[in-house]
Design a protein around this ligand. Structure first.
Ligand SMILES: Cc1cc2nc3c(=O)[nH]c(=O)nc-3n(C[C@H](O)[C@H](O)[C@H](O)COP(=O)(O)O)c2cc1C
Length: 124
């Protein structure tokens, strides 16, 4: 699903990601990737941000810093809401960027910055 800021709605982007594939996105063993009920993938137009702030020092880094700060603030809000709902949340930043882009079929200008693993699957 893709969040549409203008209409505050979600658009279906692609089909369900198979369980085994989700687990393979992480660097090292991260069982919460397959155990969580829901994963929110946070993405950003990193290249656009870097370009926009390219004149500000440190050149080429300022825009990326803002993107990662925004990602952290967003992640904190998701953590707070998860806690309010009584479910767990794990922020995962250790993932294979190219693999996440491929599996989620992200447009080339969108970079994944965080995976938020929320809740726990019920045993089926
Ligand atoms: C920027 C950032 C990146 C993180 N990346 C990972 C990660 O890739 N994998 C992971 O297991 N935990 C990661 N963590 C830690 C977890 O999100 C979580 O904070 C940690 O497991 C502690 O949780 P607990 O205190 O509730 O046990 C990261 C934390 C931060 C702040």
């Amino acid at each position: 699903m893709k969040y549409q800021a203008e209409s505050h709605s979600l658009n279906l982007m692609s089909g369900r990601v198979p369980e085994g594939v989700v687990q393979s996105l992480g660097i090292g063993d991260q069982p919460w990737l397959k155990e969580s009920a829901l994963i929110i993938a946070v993405t950003a137009k990193l290249g656009d941000a870097v370009q926009h702030f390219k004149a500000q020092p440190p050149q080429g880094e300022r825009g990326a810093r803002y993107v990662y700060m925004e990602t952290g603030a967003l992640a904190q809000n998701v953590h707070l809401q998860s806690t309010a709902l009584g479910v767990g949340c794990v922020l995962v930043a250790g993932f294979d960027n190219a693999r996440v882009k491929e599996v989620l079929r992200l447009p080339s200008d969108l970079e994944p910055t965080a995976l938020l693993c929320i809740g726990q699957r019920r045993a089926s």
